[in-house]
Design a protein around this ligand. Structure first.
Ligand SMILES: [Zn+2]
Length: 437
């Protein structure tokens, strides 16, 4: 996924957590090592070796809600199910949701996530991110108003910002720089004007990313219009929220003027086609985002609105949706893989992941291409095989910063059977506390 679009047949050498050399440069780099050889060799024959997949928009706390929120309307889904469930979370249930989600994501080749979190227990999320070894940007959702927001999720603007900044003081740059903290105002309908001002000022002062949702569904757009007499992007522009550190999920209903505002500010958007289709929100046109010069990534959103945390599934949907929207100029398979690798990393402001190049972080996914569902592919375009045929279950190895987190069904830092058992027990308690049993 380098700028030249190289496809290299050969080896990849990793040293001290970074990519030391690849392809033709490997023999000389190996010869320069003490003893002239690598400490460990991993066999990737019959596989594609890719930059680890970058998941641009996630709510790991919602993994326990999978199958519990099946409304096909964003605002009803939030008010009737998601917010009451989030309000019922404890430290233990958040940790269980995070481990369950990461067991799925890491085995699916994901090495980097951008998680909005919920209002409370974000430290619990940080602890799971630290222990599992994945690269993560996470926050605590900021909510200080809004119809249907339960008391357990509503804070004053001051408390919301203070606790987000305290979270950043504890976790931003932690685990050797693997973890970052963002400011995560949920969306316009749940945040007061004062909170948006505070977010804009704090993000500029501390250099933190702003992670939010915008222009997701038509009913949301109508409620935003009646609440603030503006579209989302225009509102953000007027309140100084748009910048090169802005990452907005969905952007389904942005018009050309709004795309221009986002582009001029250097803001990024994250495409979540599975969530948009399942919630009945609409069809985001990523070709138009690209034409407007907007940085862009790909995400599956939470497991309550997709219900898979599976980047391969998401890539296939993104590719086919782009064909239906722009039959004459669809996204190519390489452009779609870029959303989940190099472009997705750029959208999150990460310039040393998403590409296999000497000096970059050794965040790697190894994907088997010998199964019957991807054959024959020896002479085919590898991007087409990966985007249109490969599955998450084809991932054989996932590495973050040179550390193998998953290999051939074995997790280094997670026990998936325990994660599932813990998730089942915690989900039962959560549903009871939310009054949904
Ligand atoms: Zn979301």
């Amino acid at each position: 996924m380098d700028a030249a679009g190289s496809v290299v047949r050969g080896d990849l050498l990793v040293r001290d957590g970074r990519i030391a050399a690849l392809g033709d440069a490997v023999p000389a780099a190996l010869a320069a090592l003490p003893g002239g050889r690598a400490e460990q060799a991993l066999d990737a024959s019959g596989c594609f070796v890719l930059p680890g997949l970058v998941h641009g928009h996630l709510h790991l706390c919602q993994t326990l809600f999978r199958g519990l929120a099946e409304q096909s309307d964003l605002l009803r889904w939030l008010r009737e199910s998601i917010w009451p469930l989030e309000a019922a979370h404890t430290e233990a249930s958040i940790a269980a949701a995070a481990r369950l989600g990461l067991a799925e994501l890491v085995a699916g080749g994901v090495t980097c996530v951008n998680d909005m979190g919920t209002v409370r227990h974000a430290d619990s999320l940080g602890a799971v991110y630290e222990e599992t070894g994945i690269r993560a940007t996470f926050g605590k959702a900021l909510m200080d108003q809004g119809q249907g927001v339960p008391a357990g999720l509503r804070e004053s603007a001051r408390d919301a910002l203070d606790s987000a900044l305290a979270l950043a003081a504890r976790w931003h740059g932690a685990a050797g720089g693997r973890l970052r903290v963002s400011l995560a105002p949920r969306f316009i309908l749940s945040c007061s004007e004062g909170l948006w001002h505070g977010v804009a000022a704090a993000a500029a002062e501390r250099g933190l990313m702003v992670h939010t949702h915008l222009a997701e569904s038509p009913t949301e757009a109508r409620e935003v219009e009646s609440a603030v007499a503006s579209t989302s992007a225009l509102y953000f522009a007027r309140h100084g929220v748009l910048s090169g550190r802005f990452v907005g999920a969905h952007g389904v209903w942005l018009d050309d003027e709004e795309l221009g505002l986002l582009s001029r500010a250097g803001a990024a958007l994250v495409h979540c086609p599975g969530s948009n289709l399942k919630l009945g929100s609409g069809f985001a046109n990523v070709r138009r985002w690209k034409q407007a010069g907007i940085r862009r990534g790909l995400g599956s959103d939470g497991a309550a609105c997709d219900n898979r945390l599976d980047t391969f599934h998401e890539m296939g949907m993104a590719a086919n949706l782009a064909r239906a929207l722009e039959p004459a100029d669809p996204l190519t398979a390489r452009e779609v893989l870029a959303l989940a690798t190099c472009e997705g990393a750029r959208a999150l402001g990460l310039d040393d992941v998403g590409v296999l190049e000497a000096g970059k972080q050794a965040d790697v996914a190894v994907v088997d291409h010998t199964g019957p569902h991807v054959a024959p592919n020896e002479t085919h375009d590898p991007y087409v095989t990966l985007v249109h045929a490969a599955r998450a279950s084809d991932v054989r190895l996932t590495m973050v910063a040179g550390r193998v987190l998953y290999r051939d069904g074995a997790w280094a830092t997670l026990d998936p059977e325990r994660a599932v058992a813990e998730a089942r027990a915690e989900a039962r308690g959560l549903v009871r506390r939310a009054g949904m049993a």
